[in-house]
Design a binder for this molecule. Structure first.
Ligand SMILES: Cc1ncc(COP(=O)(O)O)c(C=O)c1O
Length: 461
């Protein structure tokens, strides 16, 4: 099947995009196989992107929650340009100031009233890996606790610790055997029709039971947790669950590592999503948006845990990449100066209200959830049965793409519309995008989008 066949299914002008896509398919491994639409990005600015055929889009994806400060943010571009002339990078055999400044900033802005330090990384996966290594070294315990449908990345340890890879892949790659998966609360589909609070208690009791009856809690080094499970479909856990988990990990001496890679950096209305729960993690992992578009990640947390590492534990040639860290420092300064957390909360409440109106109007909109501008809209066959409808969700995003909105699906069942625009998006752009979503829902219900498109979208399943 040639990618060019896709042009038969749309009247959109995409010939140049398709040429690039066809060459890409020829030379780039299938290991990067996720592809939604035949869009080759050539320009980005604020909350908008343009493709090779000159089509303009509002971006509801932010390159997977990376551009909280907007695409090619001028303040960040300036910082990069200033660094570029004199000093791109030198590896950490010596010292440099951007490393000091970035680490100090992270220590200052993260929750936790204790002595903290920082370990640098280049990707979210790498930093989750660092958190795992630090915990194993510090506790001298063998086991890793994680959640079903979680996502921590694709290094060997994070792939093993992520609950979102298929059992087939886990088996073929010989995923690490010392990872145990617990269920993350799903308040939309909580068993026994429990209330939110009961739901939190229920899921917590499953963990506690396991620690007492199956594998001793004292054998776990780390509990890796997303404060909101993004890729699982924006699952927001009940407050009592997160607080209970923190308490439980303390009781058993397990390191509580909070993965803020997707939810952090003001996206949910607070600088770090864990702050919604009044919980102080031992380790906080940042990535994606912290670099303002440059590859930067880090673990920040208790000094004694990160310092239990041997000197080479986190080392890599480009760690603390000086030019990228200039961008990261400017990004943090911009988020604080422009009060982007407050903006995310305000715009998020507005978007949620509008999506809830769509929920009232359309049978296939089953649930609207999330915090700030990390929102998920779940598409189902019928409200009553909650049966996931991945096909309709894909048809909706296809129609949105045709109408000038870039949006993806994800979630346990691949049926959740992923709403994560840059936090600098204007209210007008936000409203226009939601109008496009409503028009697309109507078109899908009216049967105006063919099922044929589904085979071209290599989306989350
Ligand atoms: C919650 C979470 N953790 C870790 C990662 C991995 O980050 P990266 O893709 O930068 O390696 C991601 C990426 O999507 C993520 O969403």
């Amino acid at each position: 099947m040639s990618i060019k066949e896709i042009s038969k299914l749309t009247s959109k002008k995409i010939s140049k995009n398709l040429e690039i896509a066809e060459e890409y398919e020829k030379y780039v491994t299938k290991g990067f196989a996720f592809k939604y639409f035949p869009v080759a990005i050539v320009k980005t600015k604020g909350a908008k992107v343009w493709d090779a055929d000159g089509n303009e889009y509002i971006d509801f994806l932010s390159s997977a929650a990376k551009y909280n400060i907007g695409h090619t943010n001028e303040y960040v571009v300036k910082a990069i340009k200033e660094g570029l002339e004199n000093f791109i990078h030198y590896c950490l055999y010596f010292y440099h100031e951007p490393a000091v400044k970035f680490a100090k900033l992270l220590v200052e802005i993260t929750p936790g009233n204790f002595k903290k330090k920082v370990a640098f990384g280049l990707s979210g996966s790498e930093s989750c890996d660092h958190a795992i290594k630090a915990s194993l070294l510090y506790t001298e315990r063998p086991n890793i606790a994680s959640f079903t449908y979680s996502y921590y990345g694709t290094t060997y340890a994070t792939l093993s610790a992520s609950g979102s890879f298929s059992p087939k892949l886990r088996k073929r790659i010989h995923a690490l055997p010392n990872v145990y998966f617990f269920q993350y609360p799903d308040t939309y589909r909580c068993p026994f029709n429990l209330s939110e609070e009961e739901c939190g208690e229920y899921y917590l009791s499953l963990i506690e039971d396991f620690f007492k009856s199956t594998i001793a809690g004292e054998s776990f080094a780390i509990f890796l947790a997303e404060p909101i499970q993004g890729d699982a479909g924006v699952l927001v856990p009940p407050k009592n669950f997160m607080r209970g988990l923190r308490k439980l990990t303390k009781e058993y001496g397990i390191i509580f590592a909070d993965d803020e890679i997707q939810a952090g950096m003001a996206r949910t209305g607070k600088m770090f999503a864990i702050e919604h729960f009044n919980v102080e993690p031992d380790l906080i992992i940042v990535g994606k948006a912290v670099g303002g578009g440059m590859p930067v990640s880090a673990v920040v947390g208790r000094e004694e845990i990160l310092d239990s590492a041997l000197p080479q534990t986190y080392f890599s040639s480009y760690a603390a990449h000086a030019l990228s860290l200039r961008a990261a420092i400017a990004t943090i300064e911009y988020i604080l100066r422009e009060k982007l957390a407050e903006r995310a909360e305000k715009l998020g409440n507005h978007a949620k209200k509008r999506f809830n109106e769509l929920k009232e109007k359309y049978e296939i909109v089953g649930d609207v959830r999330g915090l700030g501008l990390l929102l998920g809209v779940e598409i189902v066959k019928k409200k009553e049965t909650k049966e996931p409808d991945r096909t309709s969700a894909l048809k909706i995003i296809w129609r949105c793409w045709e109408k000038g909105l870039l949006m993806m699906t994800y979630g346990k069942y691949g049926n959740v519309l992923r709403i994560a625009p840059p936090l600098v998006i204007s209210k007008e752009e936000l409203d226009k995008a939601i109008d496009i979503i409503e028009e697309s829902i109507k078109d899908v219900i009216a049967g105006k989008v063919t099922d044929e498109i589904v085979k071209y979208l290599r989306a989350w399943e």
